[in-house]
Design a protein around this ligand. Structure first.
Ligand SMILES: *[C@@H]1O[C@H](CO)[C@@H](O)[C@H](O)[C@H]1NC(C)=O
Ligand SMILES: *[C@@H]1O[C@H](CO)[C@@H](O)[C@H](O)[C@H]1NC(C)=O
Ligand SMILES: *[C@@H]1O[C@H](CO)[C@@H](O)[C@H](O)[C@H]1NC(C)=O
Ligand SMILES: *[C@@H]1O[C@H](CO)[C@@H](O)[C@H](O)[C@H]1NC(C)=O
Length: 361
C-alpha cells in the first residue's frame, strides 16, 4: 500500500499506526473533499444533539453548526454535514473511576481520537454527568481528562472541537463539584444544560417547570461571575418536558405530588411532538405560568389519574434565547433534535418550524 507524502513523517509508532488507518480509510462521500474535517470557526453556534437515525435531513440546516451524535455513526450524515460546513462530533461518556489512572485515561482518549479520524469526524462532546466531590481524585482526573482530550483532538484533527456538558449552574448543583473555570478554559466551550431543574427546586411538593426562566438566567450569571468568558457558554434548552401524576390538583392549578414523586423516576420525560398531541386532548388546554415563564396543561389518564405536564414551547424558548445575544454567549442548542415531529403532517410541520425559529428570536 502506498502512502501519500503527507501521511509519512516522524511519528511515534502508535500515532503512525493511527495516521496509516486514516490515510487508508476510504472516504464514503461522493466528493472526497467532504471527508476533510471542518476547520472554520463560527461566530454563533447552534449545537444539536442527535439521538436517532432518520430525521436529520429535516433539521434546519440554515442554523445548525454542530451535530453531536448519540446515535450510530452515519457516513451519509457526515458527508451531508460537511457539505454544509457543519461539524459532526462523537459523544464521549466514561466512568470517572476508570480514568483516574493516567494510563487508562490516555488509552480512552486515544481510542476516541482514532475513532473520530476513522469516521472523518470533527471532535467530541464529553457528557460525564457524574457527581464529584471537590478535591477528590475524580475532581482532578476530570479536569485532566478535559485538558488531555482537547489537546489530543486539536493536535490530531486540526480545527476539531471538544465540548463539555455542565448542569444549569455551577456550585455543586446536582452534586457535581467540578472545576468549572478550569474545564471551561481547557475545552472549546461548555454546553449548559438549562433543564432538569424541578427536583432540586421544589420548595413545596408541587410540580413545576423543567427550565424556569429566572433560574436559567441566574445559572449563566453564576458561570460568568466565576470568571468564565460568555463565549465559552452555549445555552442548552429542552425540547422535552416532564409529566407529573398529581395527588391533588388545587383550584389554582397546583399539582400536589405524592412525596415519592420527588424521586426522579416519578416524573416522566416526554418529547415535544408527543406533548403537542396530548395537549389537544387535555383538560385545561395550554396554561402559561408567568412566574416560571413556562407553559403546562392538565390531563386525565385512562385510569382517571390527573397529570400535569410542564414543557417548553416557542414562547418560553424565545424568552430564554433572547438572553444569548444579550449576554454575548457563544450560541444555543437543545436536548434533543429528534424530540420534534418531522413528518409531513402540516400541523406538525408548522410546530417543528416554530421550535427551530425560536432558537434565534
Ligand atoms: C481502566 O479502565 C477499565 C475500563 O475501561 C477498568 O475496568 C479498569 O479498572 C481501569 N483501571 C484502572 C487502573 O483504573
Ligand atoms: C482548576 O483547573 C485549573 C486548570 O488546570 C487550575 O489552574 C486550577 O488550579 C484549578 N482550580 C481548582 C480550584 O482546582
Ligand atoms: C431567581 O433565582 C435565584 C436563584 O435560584 C433566586 O435566588 C432568586 O430569588 C430568584 N428570583 C426571583 C425573582 O424569583
Ligand atoms: C387537534 O385536534 C383537531 C381536531 O380533532 C385537529 O384538527 C388539530 O389538527 C389537532 N391539533 C394538533 C396539534 O394535533
Amino acid at each position: 500500500m502506498g502512502l501519500s507524502p503527507k501521511c509519512t513523517g516522524a511519528l511515534t509508532p502508535l500515532l503512525f499506526f493511527m495516521k496509516m488507518l486514516l490515510c487508508s480509510a476510504l472516504c464514503p462521500c461522493s466528493d472526497p473533499a467532504l471527508c476533510k474535517p471542518i476547520t472554520e470557526t463560527r461566530d454563533f453556534e447552534v449545537f444539536v444533539f442527535h439521538v436517532r437515525e432518520k430525521n436529520w435531513l429535516f433539521y434546519d440546516w440554515t442554523q445548525v453548526t454542530t451535530v453531536a451524535t448519540f446515535a450510530e455513526y452515519e457516513p451519509d450524515l457526515m458527508c451531508f454535514a460537511h457539505s454544509k460546513g457543519v461539524r459532526y462530533v462523537l459523544a464521549g461518556d466514561v466512568s470517572l473511576k476508570d480514568i483516574v489512572d493516567p494510563k487508562n485515561r490516555t488509552s480512552w482518549i486515544t481510542q476516541k481520537v482514532e475513532l473520530a479520524m476513522r469516521q472523518f469526524m470533527d471532535g467530541l462532546n464529553l457528557d460525564i454527568e457524574e457527581p464529584v466531590l471537590k478535591g477528590s481524585p475524580q475532581y482532578y482526573a476530570l479536569t485532566a481528562l478535559v485538558q488531555e482530550t482537547t489537546e489530543a483532538f486539536h493536535k490530531e484533527i486540526p480545527g476539531s472541537q471538544v465540548t463539555f456538558d455542565v448542569p444549569w449552574a455551577p456550585n455543586c448543583v446536582a452534586a457535581r463539584c467540578y472545576n468549572y473555570t478550569g474545564i471551561a478554559d481547557l475545552c472549546d466551550f461548555l454546553f449548559v444544560m438549562s433543564y432538569d431543574m424541578p427536583p432540586q427546586f421544589l420548595t413545596e411538593w408541587v410540580a413545576g417547570a423543567n427550565s424556569p426562566y429566572n433560574e436559567t438566567l441566574t445559572g449563566y450569571d453564576q458561570f460568568i461571575n466565576l470568571g468564565i468568558n460568555p463565549k465559552k457558554l452555549v445555552m442548552g434548552i429542552p425540547w422535552y418536558g416532564y409529566d407529573y401524576v398529581c395527588l391533588e390538583l388545587t383550584k389554582d392549578n397546583k399539582c400536589i405530588l405524592f412525596k415519592e414523586s420527588l424521586l426522579e423516576s416519578a416524573a416522566q420525560q416526554v418529547g415535544y411532538s408527543t406533548i403537542m398531541k396530548q395537549l389537544n386532548s387535555s383538560l385545561s388546554g395550554r396554561i402559561w405560568d408567568d412566574f416560571q415563564k413556562s407553559p403546562f396543561f392538565n390531563y386525565k389518564d385512562t385510569e382517571g389519574l390527573v397529570h400535569q405536564l410542564w414543557y417548553d414551547d416557542p414562547e418560553s424558548i424565545s424568552l430564554k434565547a433572547a438572553y444569548v445575544p444579550k449576554r454575548s454567549l457563544r450560541g444555543i442548542g437543545m436536548w434533543q433534535a429528534d424530540c420534534l415531529d418531522y413528518s409531513s403532517d402540516p400541523v406538525a410541520k408548522k410546530q417543528t418550524e416554530m421550535m427551530w425559529k425560536a432558537l434565534r428570536p
